[in-house]
Design a protein around this ligand. Structure first.
Ligand SMILES: Cc1ncc(COP(=O)(O)O)c(C=O)c1O
Length: 449
């Protein structure tokens, strides 16, 4: 007998009722667009956005949501910020794509070089995926080694080198790895060492493979598992990589200019050899960047001709992206108070939700680092993704549907963010929506123990 879930049924019916245009698009899209992206980012109910301003977005049916995706984390200032809007219009007026270098790159390059602790040089590309791909190539070129080491629970972009996951249940000292989907050459498995996140066995494995490793790469904060305790692990990693003569890279595609102006490097006080960027530094336009030690970065310039690596790209450093990025990062530099605001908002949200879960004995918790957060539907401690179980998948899905129905959008990846445009009243509303949605899930009996 299937369990009665009156609250979930009501939320589902309400969403169906208020989204006729979105549902029509979803039906038509199924015939035209392949759903690869949609599968990855599946929402609890299909909605298609029409626009956004500040921390709010609205869908094709005119329903408004408080947005906790903010462009998958990139809008630190919120949607359609006037400073970025004006920079884009001004740039468009002069022409927006030449291929040949423009004056536009220097402003953003200078902001990055000044703001990123490890940046002695900067190279632009178009996405975070490209940035990590180039960083891997640079490290291979510089070191002459071919293996790279990554951590379970990681995401470094969509290229073949990043399409691996640890096999659940395999021992930390010898994690199995499996390709995320087909089409990833098996040969790459041999070039990828899977390390256990926040586990001392990682240090032994780096020492063991030191002679064949080009690079150890780790997210500044794992978006799958955001928690400040990771800082100590990062500092120790830095040390072990230095002692072992292996290049150490922090992927700051999400954390850069978000968790603090100086990113994870600033909040954790750690300086890698290389770091990768994307998202926030483009102000909403497609962007990627690699930054790091001059001697390593020189492989991109031909200055170290015997180790030079190829980089390029029609759109790399294009004027529109550079204008939007310089406007966003320039604003953040001039307004350091935005980071205090975002951090305070994230702390208040997580404290309220976690307090509520404890008080009501709801097996859920919110992990967060400053303005990044992720809900886990288990009461057990989550130190790494190895600790995560999916016993409460049904409750999780129901929670996000209730939140959406109450006007809060959490992206299908469930990695969520606050921006400077989330004001105190918006955070109050988020707390209200998250707690009442948890209550609904509990009342329907969807948390099974
Ligand atoms: C840590 C990290 N690295 C790399 C990427 C890839 O960036 P992009 O989606 O711009 O290719 C992402 C994307 O979310 C990311 O979170």
């Amino acid at each position: 007998m299937t369990q009665a879930t009156p609250r979930l049924d009501a939320a589902r019916a309400a969403m169906i009722d208020k989204t006729p245009k979105c549902r029509k698009i979803a039906d038509e899209r199924a015939e035209i667009l392949n759903s690869g992206l949609a599968a990855n980012l599946e929402m609890p109910h299909p909605i298609f956005l029409e626009g956004g301003r500040g921390c709010r977005v609205w869908d094709a049916d005119g329903n408004e949501y408080i947005d906790t995706s903010v462009g998958f984390g990139l809008h630190i200032l919120g949607h359609r910020h006037p400073v970025i809007y004006n920079a884009l219009v001004e740039r468009a007026d002069k022409g927006w794509m030449f291929g040949i270098h423009t004056t536009a790159q220097m402003e953003l390059a200078t902001l990055l070089a000044d703001g990123i602790p490890c940046a002695e040089r900067v190279v632009f590309c178009n996405t975070g995926s490209e940035a990590t791909m180039y960083a891997i190539r640079a490290a291979r070129g510089f070191s002459g080694n071919e293996k790279i080491a990554v951590f379970d629970g990681f995401y470094h972009g969509a290229h073949d080198y990043g399409m691996w996951a640890a096999v659940p249940g395999t021992p930390p000292e010898n994690l199995g790895k499996v390709a995320l989907g087909h089409g990833i050459p098996k040969a790459l498995a041999d070039l990828t060492v899977m390390l256990p996140y926040r586990h001392p066995a990682a240090f032994d494995l780096i020492r063991k493979h030191a002679g064949e490793l080009a690079l150890v790469m780790v997210e500044g904060v794992q978006s799958s598992n955001p928690q400040p305790e990771a800082g100590e692990f990062l500092r120790e990693l830095r040390q072990v990589c230095s002692e072992s003569g292996v290049l150490f890279m922090i992927d700051e595609v999400i954390t850069g200019f978000r968790v603090a102006y100086g990113g994870a490097q600033e909040i954790f006080d750690v300086k890698p050899d290389l770091a990768t960027y994307g998202k926030a530094i483009g102000g909403g336009m497609p962007v990627g960047a690699i930054a790091g030690r001059a001697d390593v970065m020189n492989v991109f310039t031909g200055l170290a001709a015997d180790r030079g690596v190829f980089s390029g790209g029609t759109f790399s450093g294009n004027p529109l992206t550079m204008a939007a990025g310089a406007a966003a990062i320039g604003y953040a530099k001039a307004h350091p108070e935005i980071y205090e605001h975002m951090t305070r908002s994230g702390e208040r949200l997580a404290a309220a939700v976690n307090g509520f879960c404890e008080q009501r004995q709801i097996p859920a918790q919110m992990k967060h680092v400053n303005s990044m957060f992720h809900m886990f539907f288990q009461a057990e401690t989550v130190d790494s993704m190895r600790d995560v179980h999916d016993r409460h998948k049904i409750a999780e899905k129901a929670f996000y549907l209730h939140a959406l129905n109450r006007g809060v959008l959490v992206p299908g990846t469930q990695r969520a963010f606050l921006c400077n445009a989330h004001e105190d009243a918006d955070v109050d509303r988020l707390i209200e929506v998250f707690t009442t949605s948890l209550e609904d899930v509990q009342a329907d009996g969807l948390f099974t123990h």
